[in-house]
Design a protein around this ligand. Structure first.
Ligand code: HEC
Ligand code: HEC
Length: 472
């Protein structure tokens, strides 16, 4: 009995320290950036100090009243999709450097997101629109830097201009907010080889992946398609490499990146479902899940401390999962470019003969909507329906706010079919509105991930699986 109590106490303290580590990781990741020697994900110097003029007033508590949206929130959150928190904008920094104020982007600008009104470091940003950022930045920075002669200013300004030019290039940019075009990272290697990327690459738009469980995920490969060898830390730096446009920068910050991944990212835990769960229904769902879904997604167990035990995810060929393959286009040409580049030593590729997607661990899946690598399915409910029955368009505006969260289907709220709002949004979808996800756009298809066994599911089966997934 005495030993049992001792064991329970020590398990309790392990769980406690894990909780503290994950809380600390949340904060540390929020404050992480890789600016050094004037290099990094920068914007043109001295613009960032004016951003603070628009600061959100929060005299009446943490929440910004809907009817008093400040200019700050309207521009940074509604227009660009950054997450405006109580006292900071997630992933936007103002750093003093050689007498200048340099605006720097951190990882959480993309790798921090909201679900049901709660912000989590390590969850993908659902609303960011890098194309819009690029278009505005090109105009504002262009005017801002036009007459400046100071060489230190010009150095940073030039990199920032190149960054905004590429992300605002209409031929390779994202078509909907919440999606990031992988194409922009590819442009780095074309430039490195002295080639033009025009007409050679697809947009390859993806939602930003969750980062918990990365230690196991890396073993299969980096990114949704696991094409990139995860034994080396370099690929986790894709965004930074492209934005800084500098191999030297990548090499300089690699040791810090490695430390940050090991001490911060590995300690990020998946967020717990914040509402009630029907435990007996979830139990029924677990049986169905373990019976079929686990063949690809694995069994999800918790350790004695109550925390998820992540497992190495499986790679599934595209011909089996059959989801949108725009992201997988031109892969082998790209691979050859990377392998002949000057940084191939720190950016190794996997050597699979076929392309496909990882069947990810589903911890914290309730928060990761819209689903699939291209975010084409608005809820878990719809993901278990055949593709022709899934919604063809849905609104991504305020996607992470609580009023947009559907607890029954787990995912985004939709307009009532044939209501006037529904018709209006459908019209907007066809017109190319960036807030509306429309599955007929390039790379936005909601096909695939539907198997025979799913067609025999009753609504009750689906609801029970959803209830189980809430427990992860
Ligand atoms: C502009 C948005 C953006 C920024 C900024 C950004 N990332 Fe990412 N990151 C992405 C996207 C999009 C992917 C997925 C690409 C894909 O899978 O095709 C990704 C993938 C990753 C992955 C691989 C995850 C997996 O499941 O394989 C890691 C790790 C990662 N990023 C770490 C970082 C770190 C560390 C930083 C800061 C230095 C950072 N990212 C900055 C958008 C961003
Ligand atoms: C044949 C293998 C396979 C089976 C069976 C399978 N999945 Fe998947 N699943 C995948 C792959 C691969 C992906 C990633 C596809 C993509 O992103 O394009 C995926 C993605 C998902 C996602 C989205 C993850 C995210 O981050 O957006 C969810 C949720 C999911 N599966 C749930 C299920 C459930 C529930 C079942 C059983 C009813 C199931 N899957 C059965 C292979 C499978």
């Amino acid at each position: 009995m005495k030993y049992l109590i001792l064991i329970l106490l020590s398990l309790g303290s392990i769980a406690q320290s894990k909780l503290q580590r994950s809380k600390k990781a949340q904060v540390d990741f929020l404050n992480l950036h890789f600016f050094e020697n004037g290099r990094g994900m920068t914007i043109s110097p001295n613009i960032s100090k004016y951003l603070s003029f628009f600061r959100v007033p929060h005299s009446d508590g943490n929440k910004i009243p809907e009817n008093k949206k400040s200019l700050y929130k309207r521009v940074l959150q509604d227009r660009y999709g950054l997450n405006v928190l109580e006292d900071q904008v997630a992933g936007l920094f103002n750093i003093k450097y050689k007498g200048m104020d340099v605006g720097v982007l951190g990882c959480v600008a993309c790798h921090g997101g909201k679900a049901a009104g709660r912000f989590y470091s390590g969850l993908g940003n659902k609303t960011i629109d890098v194309y819009k950022v690029g278009v505005d930045a090109k105009i504002i920075q262009g005017a801002w830097g036009a007459l400046r002669r100071d060489p230190e200013f010009k150095k940073i300004h030039k990199v920032a201009m190149n960054f905004s030019k590429v992300i605002s290039d209409k031929s390779i940019s994202n078509l909907t907010r919440g999606l990031i075009p992988d194409s922009v990272i590819k442009t780095y290697f074309f430039k490195d080889a002295g080639l033009s990327y025009k007409g050679k690459i697809s947009r390859a738009q993806v939602k930003v992946p969750h980062l918990w469980g990365l230690k196991e995920k890396r073993k299969t490969g980096i990114f949704w398609g696991a094409e990139f060898d995860g034994t080396n830390i370099g690929w986790e730096f894709g965004a930074e490499l492209f934005a800084s446009d500098s191999e030297e920068h990548l090499r300089a910050v690699l040791p810090k990146l490695k430390r940050s991944v090991e001490n911060i990212v590995y300690n990020l835990e998946s967020p717990k479902y914040p509402f009630d769960i029907n435990e007996s229904l979830a139990k029924q769902g677990k049986v169905l899940f373990d019976n079929k879904c686990s063949k690809c997604h694995g069994i999800h167990n918790r350790g004695l401390d109550g925390y998820p035990m992540y497992h190495q995810p499986k790679f599934i060929k595209s011909s089996i999962v059959k989801t949108d393959d725009d992201r997988l286009q031109d892969y082998f040409e790209y691979k050859a470019l990377v392998e002949s580049s000057s940084i191939s030593d720190i950016l190794p590729m996997n050597q699979r003969k076929e392309v496909g997607y990882v069947a990810p661990n589903l911890w914290g899946i309730w928060a990761r909507f819209p689903y699939l690598h291209n975010g084409s399915v608005p809820s878990l409910y719809d993901l278990m329906k055949e593709p022709s029955k899934r919604p063809k368009f849905f609104n991504m505006f305020d996607a992470g706010e609580e009023y947009r969260f559907d607890k029954n289907k787990v995912g985004l709220t939709l307009e009532k079919k044939n209501s006037s709002k529904f018709k209006k949004n459908f019209k907007k979808a066809k017109q190319g509105n960036r807030n509306i996800y429309f599955v007929e756009r390039e790379g936005h298809s909601n096909k695939g991930h539907f198997y025979k066994f799913m067609s025999s599911y009753t609504d009750q089966d689906i609801l029970s699986i959803i209830e189980y997934l809430k427990t992860l």
